[in-house]
Design a protein around this ligand. Structure first.
Ligand SMILES: NC(=O)c1ccc[n+]([C@@H]2O[C@H](COP(=O)([O-])OP(=O)(O)OC[C@H]3O[C@@H](n4cnc5c(N)ncnc54)[C@H](OP(=O)(O)O)[C@@H]3O)[C@@H](O)[C@H]2O)c1
Length: 338
C-alpha cells in the first residue's frame, strides 16, 4: 500500500504523520502535490485566531498545485491532469500540507474545487493562483460597486500578500495605487515590486485623500478603519478584504463588518458627517482562477515568493509563525521533493 506524509494540526501543534493511501472509490481523486503555499489563514488556524466558516470548514493546507494520480470514474477528471485547488467549496478532503491530497465528493462539487491548468504554465507560478484569484475576485467585486477604477486614487492598507496582489491588479486597471504598511520589512519587500512613491509607512496616510481605501491586514483593527475613514473622500469606498471576526463592527457603530465582507455587501453609512460606502468580498470561484491563468505570465509572481522550504521544515516554521517568532514578507512555499 502506498504511504504518504501529511501535516496534522491538533491544539496548535503541527506534526508530520505517515498515512496509507486508501482504496479509492469512484468519487475519489488523489492529487500528488508539487508545492503548497502558506497563507495567513493557515497560520491563524494554528494560533486559533480564525473563525472557521461552517460552510467551508478549516482551510489548513489549501494553496497547492499537483498532478492527479487517480481519478474515480464518477469524478469527471483524468489521471495526469495538472491541477490547483479552490477551497471556497468544500469537498470531503485531506490537508494540502501533504505529499498527497485525497478528495471525495460528487462530480459537481469536484468541478468547482479542482481546477485544471495548462501544461505550458510554470508550476512555480501556478502555486500562487489561489491567493491571486481571491484578490482578483475581490477587486472585481469592488469594481462592480464603484464602476471603472481607471485614474481612481486607491490606498491599500497592508503591504502583505493580499495588499501587494490587489495593488498589482488595481494598477493593471489603470488606478493610481499607494500601499501603506505598519513596519519596514514589508515596505522594503514591496518596494522591489512597486515604485518608491507607491509604498509608504502607515504614518504618511494623512498626507493624501483617496477615492477608495482597501484594508487588507491580518485582522482589520479599529486603528486601520480609522485611517481608512480619515483618508477616504466623502462618498468614497472602504473595501474590506483582511480578516474580520463575527462580532467586528465599523468603529463605534453597530455596522457589522464581518457580515459585509463575508456576504460581499455594500452598506452606505453617514459616519460623523461623512458618507462612506463600505464594501467587502470573500473567496473566489473557478472563473476567477481561469481569469488569473490567462494573465499569469504577465504578473511578477516570482518576486512575490520570499522563501522555499522542504516539508520536514514545515511544522516548526508554521508554529513559529503562529507564535510570532518569525515572519516573512511575501509567500513561503513548501516543496515535497528536493
Ligand atoms: N477576503 C478574502 O477573500 C480573503 C481571502 C484570503 C485571506 N483574507 C484575509 O487577508 C488577510 C491578510 O492576508 P495576507 O496574505 O496579506 O497576509 P500577510 O501576507 O501575512 O500580510 C499581513 C499584513 O497585515 C499587516 N498587519 C498585521 N497585523 C497588523 C496590525 N495589528 N496593524 C497593522 N498592520 C498589521 C502586516 O503588516 P507587517 O508587515 O508590519 O507585519 C502585513 O502587511 C488574512 O489574515 C485573511 O484573513 C481574505
Amino acid at each position: 500500500m502506498t504511504k504518504y506524509k501529511s501535516a496534522e494540526l491538533t491544539n496548535g501543534q503541527v506534526k508530520i504523520v505517515i498515512n496509507d493511501l486508501p482504496n479509492p472509490d469512484e468519487d475519489t481523486i488523489f492529487i500528488k502535490i508539487f508545492l503548497s503555499g502558506i497563507c495567513r489563514a493557515d497560520v491563524k488556524e494554528v494560533s486559533d485566531s480564525r473563525d472557521i466558516a461552517e460552510d467551508r470548514g478549516p482551510l489548513f493546507g489549501h494553496e497547492l498545485n499537483g498532478i492527479i494520480t487517480f481519478a474515480g470514474k464518477d469524478t469527471g477528471f483524468k489521471e495526469n491532469q495538472l491541477v490547483t485547488f479552490n477551497p471556497n467549496v468544500t469537498p470531503n478532503r485531506t490537508t494540502g500540507f501533504a505529499d498527497y491530497m485525497i478528495l471525495k465528493a460528487p462530480k459537481n462539487i469536484l468541478k468547482q474545487a479542482v481546477i485544471p491548468y495548462d501544461r505550458k504554465l510554470d508550476k512555480q507560478k501556478t502555486i500562487l493562483v489561489e491567493p491571486l484569484s481571491a484578490t482578483y475576485h475581490s477587486l472585481e467585486k469592488l469594481i462592480g460597486y464603484t464602476g471603472p477604477i481607471k485614474s481612481k486614487k486607491i490606498a491599500i492598507i497592508g503591504a502583505g500578500n493580499a495588499g501587494t496582489m490587489l495593488g498589482l491588479f488595481a494598477k493593471r486597471k489603470g488606478a493610481s495605487v499607494k500601499l501603506f504598511n505598519i513596519d519596514d520589512g514589508r515596505i522594503q519587500f514591496a518596494q522591489k515590486i512597486f515604485e518608491k512613491d507607491e509604498v509608504f509607512k502607515f504614518s504618511d496616510y494623512s498626507k493624501f485623500e483617496f477615492d477608495i481605501v482597501i484594508v487588507t491586514i491580518t485582522i482589520i483593527t479599529p486603528k486601520s478603519l480609522k485611517m481608512a475613514y480619515e483618508c477616504v473622500k466623502s462618498d468614497g469606498f472602504i473595501h474590506l478584504y483582511g480578516g474580520t471576526r463575527s462580532d467586528h463592527k465599523f468603529l463605534d457603530t453597530e455596522v457589522n463588518i464581518d457580515t459585509i465582507r463575508r456576504n460581499e455587501l455594500l452598506k452606505t453609512i453617514n459616519y460623523k458627517g461623512k458618507i462612506i460606502n463600505l464594501t467587502g468580498a470573500y473567496g473566489s470561484g473557478p472563473d476567477d482562477f481561469k481569469s488569473v491563468f490567462n494573465i499569469l505570465d504577465d504578473l511578477p509572481v516570482n518576486k512575490l515568493i520570499s522563501k522555499q522550504i522542504q516539508f520536514h521544515e514545515f511544522p516548526k516554521l508554521i508554529m513559529d509563525m503562529a507564535r510570532g517568532k518569525v515572519d516573512y514578507p511575501g509567500k513561503v512555499i513548501v516543496r515535497y521533493s528536493p
